[in-house]
Design a binder for this molecule. Structure first.
Ligand code: 5GP
Length: 235
């Protein structure tokens, strides 16, 4: 494959991602949607960071997962998760409706395929809050469309304090989550970026910076070649 063919190949939409027109008379370059995957041990602040990023950035939306776990106080069906029975989860998994899935703390979690594909093909970005198993499957499914970020707590003590402080889980579950944190953290090396979340604000800036840079990757900007050709033609 020569260079030109290679570039054409790069411009082809992966995962049916076509991209919206971010049109202007001089810069008609479309962008492929990207998949921003966040993982961390629970209590490292990932959900807070994800919500803050979504509130500030109009082009990224959260992929709402299916889960068989019970809702926590304040969690809303269809917003935080789709809370489903094991039977319903299994049926959707068998029908191929899930992009990835995993068992975490004895509950099943999975990403519905349809909404993600629709959003990517509209050139918008999708944020995933999944564990390391989910991140692996998404990389396998979507390769170059995935940008993965691992969030670390600043210390073990901070992690324990956050788990106790949020008051959502009893002592047994907290002990279980602390034990599992070590396993989750052991996968940090599989991620493109790592953020040590000591304070929320700098961590959100870091996520915004990662998004800004990744959106400008040459391979994600559809039509760059013809834009540059026209640009050069006018010189
Ligand atoms: P929690 O029950 O605290 O909301 O989530 C427990 C863990 O499951 C977290 O690490 C979270 O990232 C992960 N998780 C949530 N949704 C999904 C999903 O759709 N797929 C996978 N693989 N993990 C998920």
């Amino acid at each position: 494959m020569d260079e030109k063919d290679k570039r054409k190949e790069q411009e082809k939409p992966l995962a049916a991602a076509v991209g919206t027109e971010t049109q202007s008379a001089t810069f008609p370059v479309r962008r492929r949607g990207l998949m921003l995957v966040l993982s961390s041990p629970s209590g490292a602040g990932k959900t807070t960071l994800a919500k803050a990023l979504i509130a500030r950035d109009g082009e990224i939306a959260l992929s709402v997962s299916l889960t068989t776990r019970a809702p926590r106080p304040g969690e809303v069906d269809g917003k935080d998760y789709w809370f489903v029975s094991r039977e319903s989860f299994e049926r959707q998994r068998q029908e191929g409706a899930l992009l990835e899935w995993a068992e975490v703390f004895g509950n099943l979690y999975g990403t519905p395929r349809g909404p993600v594909e629709a959003r990517l093909s509209a050139g918008r970005d999708v944020l995933f809050d999944v564990d390391w198993q989910g991140a692996r499957q998404l990389r396998h499914e979507a390769g170059g469309d995935v940008v993965s970020v691992f969030i670390l707590p600043p210390s073990a003590a901070a992690l324990r304090e956050r788990l106790i402080g949020r008051g959502q889980d009893g002592p047994d579950v907290i002990a279980q989550r602390m034990a599992r944190a070590g396993e989750e953290i052991s996968h940090w090396g599989e991620y493109d970026y790592v953020i040590v979340n000591a304070e929320i604000e700098p961590s959100v800036w870091a996520l915004e910076a990662i998004l800004a840079a990744e959106r400008r990757r040459r391979s994600r900007q559809i039509g760059l070649e013809s834009f540059v050709e026209r640009l050069r033609g006018g010189l």
